[in-house]
Design a protein around this ligand. Structure first.
Ligand code: ADP
Length: 466
């Protein structure tokens, strides 16, 4: 059965609280009681010693006993639960508690037995008698017999003390259980509420409501991260959706022109308006080739990401590669009247040389494409320690802010009207990004319309083949 987070969390808190209290009562009832028993037995032995000592002091130098004091000692012992009998050397009784007050002795022993049996039903105890010699110096002058309930017994106070410990434990247990339940409910509400919200939001997003966002409140780190990821997911889905629509309309638009040309040419020939000759057929053929190229581009899109994920890594000097590529672009830049400069650190990187060349080429050709006559393009390469940073900065037309997050998407063109002039396919930056990501790097852009664009590629010096 699938339980809710609230149930699981509350249940675990409560179980933990109960376990702790159970362990504590086990400790108190087993370990503590056994120590307490030892303590009581030791106490009994001390009492015995002290009574025997007091009795010995009542033997007079003239050979007689101080009977009055022995009676006081015997009554005091009785009050402590001990039945005292003192006999002299000849065996004659000096003092006997049972003779003094037999009823009290019997009643006292019965009470002790009741006490122990009521708390420990299986307790094996009974009347115990121990005899001690009573000495005057080194000479034995009599025997003190001490009888009590043994091997040990708990007085009313002892039992009260043990009982109150268990009452405390039960109180603590109940309080801990209530606290655990409250805490569990509180914590689970804190965790499960945003999770339920995330579940709701993701199901709305999966149903196409890409505008849905989660509030990223400050709280549990993972929950905040989850909310951030869900929002990011919604954003990129909505961008993809937009792109898909835009791509469909782009393609329709680009296909329509050659198709319409083809249709009207063929109709003109069928109607006899145009003569069917090699020239007319050639122009129809050209249109078909154009359509074919467009379809080829569509196919290309699918290959881009798959191809760029596989890397063939070699170690090489990055600045040499960039320098060579910049050199190969110089004639084109010069022809257009755009200045091109390169300045860079020596950085050795372990990367796929062909793919990284593709990155540089795409960035350079974009900067050439989107920088008007008289502009300038600067290429810089920096060694930042563990990474290499390539910057391509142009003084071109720039990219509107709202387009910046999308330019790395496949088929995206910031401005529809420029695409026809520049002949771009909207694939260049998507390829660049796929290559950079597959090397474990990152790419970013800073741009403002009319003020140029700066593309920054950061590559780890040691890429790992995925
Ligand atoms: P394209 O083949 O259309 O140039 P890209 O993927 O290379 O496709 O670029 C996507 C879009 O980003 C371009 O259509 C263009 O609008 C914009 N862009 C890319 N590079 C630059 C740049 N250096 N200056 C201005 N706009 C740029």
């Amino acid at each position: 059965m699938r339980r809710t987070l609230r149930f699981k969390l509350t249940f675990s808190y409560a179980a933990l609280a109960l376990l702790l209290v159970a362990l504590l009562s086990l400790f108190v009832n087993v370990l503590f009681q056994s120590r307490f028993k030892d303590y009581v037995i030791k106490g009994q032995q001390q009492k015995n010693q002290s009574i025997v000592g007091s009795v010995a002091n009542q033997f007079n130098a003239d050979g007689g006993w101080n009977g009055r004091n022995i009676e006081n000692i015997g009554v005091g012992a009785l009050e402590q639960g001990i039945i005292l009998k003192v006999v002299d050397q000849s065996g004659a009784t000096v003092w006997d508690a049972t003779e003094h007050n037999n009823g009290l002795c019997v009643q006292m022993l019965a009470h002790m037995a009741d006490n122990m049996k009521s708390h420990y039903p299986g307790f094996k105890g009974g009347y115990t008698q121990v005899s001690f010699p009573v000495k005057n110096g080194t000479k034995t002058v009599g025997i003190a017999r001490l009888g009590y309930y043994g091997p040990y017994y708990f007085t009313d106070n002892d039992l009260l003390f043990l009982g109150s410990l268990n009452t405390i434990l039960v109180t603590v247990g109940v309080a801990a259980l209530i606290a655990a339940l409250l805490l569990g409910l509180m914590m689970s509400r804190k965790i499960s509420a945003p999770l339920s919200e995330a579940v709701l939001a993701t199901s709305e997003i999966s149903n196409g409501s890409y505008h849905r966002r989660l509030s990223v409140k400050k709280g549990t780190k993972e929950i905040t991260e989850l909310a951030g990821s869900v929002n990011h997911l919604a954003e990129s889905l909505s961008r993809q959706e937009e792109l898909r629509k835009r791509m469909a309309s782009d393609m329709a638009h680009e296909l329509r022109t050659p198709l319409t040309n083809l249709q009207s040419s063929l109709e003109a020939m069928i109607d006899g308006v145009w003569e069917v000759n090699a020239g007319q057929l050639q122009s129809c053929h050209d249109e078909i080739l154009r359509i074919n190229r467009l379809v080829g581009r569509l196919e290309n899109l699918e290959r881009v990401e798959a191809e760029n994920a596989v890397l063939s890594l070699t170690e090489y000097e990055f600045s040499e590669l960039v320098n060579r590529l910049v050199g190969s672009f110089e004639p084109e830049f010069a022809k257009k009247g755009v200045s091109l400069t390169f300045q860079g650190d020596y950085v050795r990187i372990n990367a796929d040389q062909d793919k990284i060349s593709q990155v540089v080429i795409n960035l350079l050709s974009n900067s050439l494409k989107y920088t008007p006559v008289g502009g300038k393009v600067e290429v810089m390469l920096k060694d930042t320690g563990k990474e290499a940073e390539l910057v391509v900065k142009d003084s071109g037309i720039g990219i509107p802010e709202q387009d910046q997050p999308s330019i790395f998407e496949r088929l995206y063109r910031a401005d529809q009207s420029r695409s026809s002039e520049t002949g771009g396919s909207g694939l260049g930056l998507a390829i660049v990004k796929a290559i950079v990501i597959s090397h474990g790097g990152r790419i970013g852009v800073k741009s403002a319309p009319g003020q140029g664009s700066t593309f920054t590629v950061i590559l780890p010096k040691e890429s790992r083949s995925s």
